[in-house]
Design a protein around this ligand. Structure first.
Ligand SMILES: [Fe+2]
Ligand SMILES: [Fe+2]
Length: 185
């Protein structure tokens, strides 16, 4: 039986998908209004769901396994970086895709998201491999995958009645993200 992806592989796949969407957005111009709206919609879905599964499942597990102050710092910093992306994303959604401002805001968002993903891969995921067992990471991978499927389903149901255009221009219609669990579960 082929081995299933562990938590880190699942999260890295998401990162790669997001990096691709960000560079596709960067390649658009003011003329590609529909494409910008469509790509932004996909980006929003990927980012929100990815951050949610990290905050609900991966980050608490990492925090609980963290032994050193530096590792706990990674947890707190990562959570704050999600928060900053959450603040900037609505601004890009509200910018006119036919304007130069859109590209500027999208560029800032791209840098924020990429910085965060790079740091996770280079620091947090590396540390996770040291402080968590292969079995734990495998189990977390299953949990992340299951939760992601649920959230994708919710997202699809919510957007069913909305046209892409209406959805892209509406304010923050995504399922709200829960607070990271603090019960150590
Ligand atoms: Fe993250
Ligand atoms: Fe991530």
């Amino acid at each position: 039986m082929a081995k299933k992806k562990d938590a880190i592989a699942v999260l890295k796949d998401d990162h790669d998908k997001v990096r691709k969407l960000l560079s596709d957005i960067e390649d658009t111009t003011e003329e590609d209004v529909d494409q910008r709206e469509d790509l932004l919609m996909q980006l929003e879905r990927e980012i929100k769901i990815h951050y949610q599964i990290e905050e609900e499942i991966f980050y608490p597990a990492f925090r609980d396994a963290a032994e050193e102050r530096d590792e706990r710092k990674m947890f707190f910093e990562a959570t704050e970086e999600h928060h900053v992306v959450d603040l900037v994303l609505p601004e890009v959604k509200e910018a006119d895709p036919a304007s130069e401002v859109f590209a500027a805001k999208a560029k800032v968002l791209k840098e924020l998201i990429e910085h965060h993903a790079d740091e996770e891969e280079q620091e947090m995921f590396k540390a996770a491999r040291e402080i968590m067992t292969a079995e734990e990471l495998q189990d977390l991978g299953d949990q992340l995958r299951t939760r992601k499927e649920e959230l994708l389903q919710e997202w699809t149901e919510e957007s069913q009645d909305e046209s892409p255009r209406a959805r892209a221009s509406s304010r923050s219609q995504s399922p709200s993200r829960q607070q990271p669990r603090s019960d150590g579960a």
